[in-house]
Unconditional design. Structure first.
Length: 291
């Protein structure tokens, strides 16, 4: 198989998250929203899930909530950033989500809240997660969707075209909802489900948005990003366009974040399966006659 394209500078992703360890408190509302969504889904699962892995531990809040649930015996908090992990007291491991170090079947549950959007090989990462799950183990995840930061993308794009006669990549590519179920099936998961939620936040100005992205470790880490400093004229033009096109009545600006949630199971013989074609005991025509 050909190597996946290098979209993200993974070393820079790590550095961004290392820096965020000092600034993330009180600013990582998106991670909190994703964690709430995963917990809500988990509440519908009645069977015990004793061994859990949290990929992308951030402030450790989700790992603590999972560890407090009845029937959970082990929680491993994992993150690309050792600086974030230093804040946690529980079992922890620094790792790259693209190279999981666990034996097959190590966990009953893997949670991946807003971390897989920054891997270069999402299908490969999903395959490794599926292998780390025991048969009938559960994956719950959340990724940024295609509408995330659409306002920022549009404002910078039009400003760069006008000022610099070209665009540089500033907002990361994201997975689309309609593609996610197919990716999960390709990775060997069963019974995939995905849905999406949009969160619209407001900021005093575009610079406040950019500062918050930096403080939560989500500023630009694209491998093809511009390596030179941003021109002041381009920044000013982008901020002006942002305020003009996406301003609110109270003088602030809005920013859209789309969170795509997913659930899927590692395959097991006990799971429900569709009937084989032609195996039905009653024809559709007969059913319609009797309705």
């Amino acid at each position: 198989m050909p190597a996946p394209p290098i979209v993200f500078d993974r070393g820079l992703v790590r550095l961004r998250r290392d820096r965020a360890a000092k600034t993330i408190d009180g600013r990582d509302f998106l991670f909190a929203a994703a964690a709430d969504s995963l917990i809500e889904r988990l509440d519908f699962i009645k069977r015990p899930l004793a061994r859990a892995l949290v990929l992308g531990a951030r402030d450790g809040g989700l790992a603590a909530r999972i560890g407090a649930r009845a029937g959970v015996e082990l929680v491993v908090a994992a993150d690309l950033s050792e600086r974030l992990l230093e804040r946690l007291a529980d079992r922890r491991v620094a790792l790259d989500e693209e190279r999981l170090p666990f034996v097959d079947g190590a966990f009953d549950l893997v949670l991946a809240p807003l971390t897989l959007h920054a891997v270069n090989d999402l299908p490969g990462a999903l395959v490794q997660i599926r292998r780390a799950l025991r048969p009938d183990g559960l994956l719950l995840g959340a990724l940024f969707g295609g509408e995330t930061l659409t306002e920022l993308r549009q404002a910078f794009g039009s400003a760069e075209i006008e000022i610099e006669d070209g665009m540089s990549p500033r907002v990361a590519p994201t997975v689309e909802l309609h593609d996610l179920a197919g990716l999960l099936q390709r990775a060997g998961f069963a019974l995939p489900v995905a849905d999406t939620e949009r969160i619209v936040a407001s900021y005093a100005d575009p610079l406040a948005l950019m500062r918050e992205l930096r403080d939560m470790g989500e500023s630009n880490a694209l491998a093809a990003r511009r390596k030179t400093f941003l021109r002041r004229a381009t920044l000013a033009a982008a901020c002006a366009r942002y305020a003009r096109d996406f301003g609110t009545e109270d003088g602030r600006v809005r920013a859209t974040f789309e969170i795509v949630s997913l659930a899927a199971w590692a395959p097991a013989p006990s799971q429900p399966r569709p009937l084989a074609p032609g195996s039905a005991a009653t024809s559709l025509a007969d059913a319609l006659k009797n309705s």
